[in-house]
Design a protein around this ligand. Structure first.
Ligand code: 3PG
Ligand code: MG
Length: 404
């Protein structure tokens, strides 16, 4: 955004305002809206139209963006006018009459069915929505990192036909996550937990394969899968849990990783079991059949924390244990605290952010990602359609300016 004159320009901006809402339509968490303020401030003298989504069809909080416009206006201390239309004549008339310094928020893009189709940028560009809206703009900005793992119309469709750039938040997310992935600073330590073992295993594979991480510390359900891959006896309850989550097919993948990257993947040396709500510390030689693993154990916490504190770069994603239960939040809390003492600390979005906020650690992290699925996809090394579309648009622009 720094390289382009934005004043007076007609700018279409994709933001991610998707927020938890209560049944009466109040936004419960202002973080997503707030995350775009810097971008919006940089567009003070442009004619700005914002596109955003809220939830998905069929869900209770699938609703209009009126509350989002109000909240964003309050945060920005500027009027952001909500338009209950996406690309009909009402919306287009409003867009055409915009003066520099004025800002509109269009209706929830997911009200338009084609928005939700995972199509290529070229196919989305043929939609009525792009055909009707694109001619009204000079520039498209994608600032919606958190939804850029979806090849949705408003994310990728406009990049085919309009000069397109990344917004400030998008830039920040990419810079920070790249710092975790590049592995330029040693040690770089990843701590991966949570319930999505398949995602975490993909991240492990990617960061070790590209030399991004010196160590991957496993916890949560991903640690259970690695324990089973290492031939440990996790007991019937935990085995069944892994099977029910459909992660049995991850075990051979984890076993191969342990073989290929020996010494780089840490498995907990002890765990905390949930015995009718009590925290039972135990080694992992042979776990009982009837008790569930609910956290990493005290010795593991001490070891992992030491590695995190001494690291140059740390990347954390997912909880180490059941954070919602008071007795089993210890692992997650300690690992998060330790990471903030490393040289540069990065936290993935989603549940990790909720834990960070509850512990009041947000200001201590170098970067907390606003995207859940998007940041895990990025760390897995999979391309994000929204970012790829921007790159393609930049390439097209470069070629055109070389010819000129
Ligand atoms: C999110 O909150 O995960 C993003 O806004 C994307 O929304 P989605 O997961 O419903 O596609
Ligand atoms: Mg999501």
């Amino acid at each position: 955004m720094d390289d382009i004159i934005l004043d007076k320009k007609r700018v279409l901006v994709r933001v991610d305002f998707n927020s938890p809402m209560d049944p009466s339509g109040n936004i419960l968490d202002d973080k997503r809206v707030k995350s775009h303020l810097e971008t919006l401030r940089a567009l003070e003298d442009s004619r700005v139209v914002l596109m955003a989504h809220q939830s998905r069809a069929g869900k209770k909080d699938f609703t209009t963006l009126e509350a989002h416009a109000k909240l964003a206006s309050k945060q920005l201390r500027r009027d952001i006018v909500y338009v209950d239309d996406i690309f009909g004549s009402h919306a287009r008339d409003m867009i055409k009459s915009l003066e520099p310094g004025e800002m509109l928020l269009l209706e929830n893009t997911r009200f338009y069915a084609e928005e939700n189709m995972n199509r290529s940028p070229a196919d989305h560009a043929k939609s009525h929505m792009v055909k009707r809206l694109a001619p009204l703009f000079d520039l498209f900005i994608n600032d919606a990192f958190a939804v850029s793992h979806r090849s949705h119309l408003s994310v990728v469709g406009f990049t085919e036909v309009l000069p397109s750039i990344a917004g400030i938040l998008m830039d920040k997310e990419i810079d920070a996550l790249d710092k975790g992935l590049q592995g330029n600073e040693h040690p770089t330590v990843f701590a991966l937990g949570g319930t999505k073992a398949d995602d975490s295993i993909k991240v492990t594979q990617n960061v070790l394969n590209r030399g991004g991480a010196d160590r991957v510390l496993t916890s949560g359900v991903v640690a259970m899968v690695f324990m089973m891959a290492a031939g440990m006896e996790v007991g019937e309850t935990n085995r069944k849990f892994v099977a029910d989550q459909e992660y049995l097919d991850q075990i051979p993948i984890a076993a191969q990783l342990l073989k290929d990257y020996s010494g780089k993947i840490a498995i907990p040396k002890d765990v905390a079991l949930d015995k009718q709500g009590d925290r039972i510390e135990t080694g992992i030689d042979k776990l009982p059949d009837d008790l569930a693993i609910a956290d990493i154990g005290l010795e593991t916490i001490v070891d992992y924390c030491k590695e995190l504190k001494e690291a140059k770069v740390t990347v954390l994603n997912g909880s180490a244990g059941i954070f919602e239960k008071e007795k089993f939040k210890l692992g997650t809390a300690e690992l998060l605290k330790a990471a903030t003492q490393s040289g540069y600390s990065i936290a993935g979005g989603g549940h990790t952010v909720a834990a960070i906020e509850q512990l009041g650690l947000e200001p201590k992290f170098s970067h907390v990602s606003i995207g859940g699925g998007a940041s895990i996809t990025y760390l897995s090394g999979d391309p994000l359609p929204g970012i790829e579309a921007l790159k393609k648009a930049a390439e097209r622009y470069r070629k055109a300016s070389q010819k000129a």
